[in-house]
Design a protein around this ligand. Structure first.
Ligand code: LLP
Length: 426
């Protein structure tokens, strides 16, 4: 279900003209479709329905309070990786007893905060962390629920910077340590082993790594139970693919097909931590062309969104579809192909780095100052990774549902940029 669509050479988000939003709220502007977010969340929930999964939306992918509240209202739970994310989830009114907490560097304060919120479980990444959780739980007279994060040494065949389940990554622990720590939990009155956690990487456009992980989970749970553990949760993390280019990502039902048999055999509750696949294609970044220039045999379109807004192309060489908001040509089916009437264009921002681009050599129709551009699939890992680099205020965010438009984050001002700074005394 696509909710960013062109009708008569005009881009719409749901029932609203994107150009009208840019006029009202300015650019750069983040536009989200509420119905797309809900649709993608429900697609995952439905695909795994047989085992009544707990879908913990990964807050790191887009942590805007209104998006959290929208998902919370639909029955979604949350995966957090910091005290700040837990604070956001609390603020959005979520039931924190369904929250899972991952991350390799949880501080004492964060552990205390999470225990105070009665979270569902900590995804524990090391022995030192397990010891810290036990110590803090004891001091609070509590039993901390934990899942141990296994590094299953599975190649998710994704970008080197976002692969997490391979030996040598900083995440989780190998099977020997996992089993030794499970025994340690059994002997500790302040810890309760709820289950096993894995997260393989992101985005993963094939289902085989999930099948291997689910199979591994079944083996581990069977072994743990034989040793007397009550463990009954399997958390397979997030990482489901996203259609950045076309139809490269399998639908949730395909992932479910390979995962479900193992979960049913294990007779476990299933937790999932999808982020990108829920909100990625529900968001777009709208920008305005400032100048065009030809130099060194290339055509550059300089527009007002930059690497401080969307860092993914600079950081991972990621591909995002880009097309004008009011195009004279219908959008292509293949954005990587040469298109008649188009010219290879570098879409760049105003930041003083050659790495500041949203696309390189992209075939685009002729553009001029004032034209609006849409960078698609920007709902996940867009705003959350944005910065004020070059003292650029962050853009506004709007949430569209049908014909209803809500401003969900104000555009930052110059005053916001200096708000937390103090002049030294001398
Ligand atoms: N669970 C854990 C433990 C994770 O580390 C992640 C993502 C997720 C769940 C959610 O994965 P998702 O369903 O969103 O793929 N900044 C990168 C992505 C980093 C992902 C980090 N971990 C990007 O822009 O591609």
């Amino acid at each position: 279900m696509e909710l960013f669509q062109y009708k008569n050479n005009e881009l719409y988000c749901e029932d609203v003209k994107v150009a009208d939003l840019a006029k009202e709220f300015g650019t750069p502007l983040w536009v989200y479709s509420a119905n797309k977010i809900l649709h993608e969340y429900r697609a995952i929930q439905d695909a795994f329905e047989e085992v009544d999964p707990v879908v913990c939306y990964s807050v790191k992918s887009n942590s805007n309070l209104s998006i959290l509240r929208l998902l919370n209202g639909a029955g979604c739970s949350f995966d957090v990786v910091s005290g700040g994310e837990l604070y956001r989830v609390q603020h959005a009114g979520a039931d924190t007893t369904r929250v899972v907490f991952a991350g390799v560097g949880k501080t004492d304060a964060e552990i205390r905060q999470a225990l105070g919120q009665n979270i569902l479980m900590f995804n524990v990444e090391s022995e030192a962390e397990l010891d810290a959780i036990s110590r803090i739980a004891a001091s609070m007279n509590r039993v901390a629920p934990v899942a141990l994060r296994l590094n299953p040494d599975i190649d998710a065949k994704t970008h080197a910077k976002t692969t997490t389940g391979k030996k040598g990554n900083k995440f989780g622990m190998d099977i020997e340590r996992h089993n030794a720590l499970a025994d340690k939990v059994l002997a500790d009155p302040n810890l309760e082993l709820r289950g096993i956690h894995m997260h393989l990487g992101s985005p993963i456009n094939t289902t085989d790594p999930y099948e291997a992980a689910a199979k591994k989970a079944l083996e581990v749970v069977t072994e743990l139970r034989a040793k007397g553990h009550q463990t009954n949760w399997v958390n397979l993390g997030g990482g489901f693919g996203l259609n950045y280019r076309g139809t490269e990502a399998p639908p949730a039902t395909e992932y479910a097909k390979v995962i479900l048999p193992y979960i049913k055999e294990a007779e476990c509750r299933l937790a999932l931590e999808p982020g990108r696949s829920v909100c990625g294609n529900a968001g777009a970044l709208i920008s305005e062309v400032i100048f065009t220039k030809r130099e060194g045999g290339k055509l550059f379109v300089i527009q007002d969104a930059a690497m401080n807004d969307l860092v993914r192309p600079a950081m991972y060489d990621s591909f995002h579809r880009i097309w004008p908001v009011n195009p004279k040509l219908a959008p292509p089916t293949d954005y990587e192909a040469e298109i008649e009437g188009c010219e290879a264009t570098d879409v760049v921002g105003p930041i003083c780095e050659s790495g500041d681009y949203l696309a390189k050599g992209r075939h685009l129709p002729p553009l001029q100052r004032g034209d609006l551009l849409c960078t698609f699939s920007a709902g996940a890992y867009g705003t959350v990774m944005s910065s004020n680099y070059n003292s650029r205020p962050r853009g506004a965010e709007v949430l569209v549902k049908g014909s209803d438009v809500q401003l969900i984050r104000k555009r930052e001002s110059y005053a916001d940029l200096i708000e937390h700074e103090l002049f030294a005394l001398k």
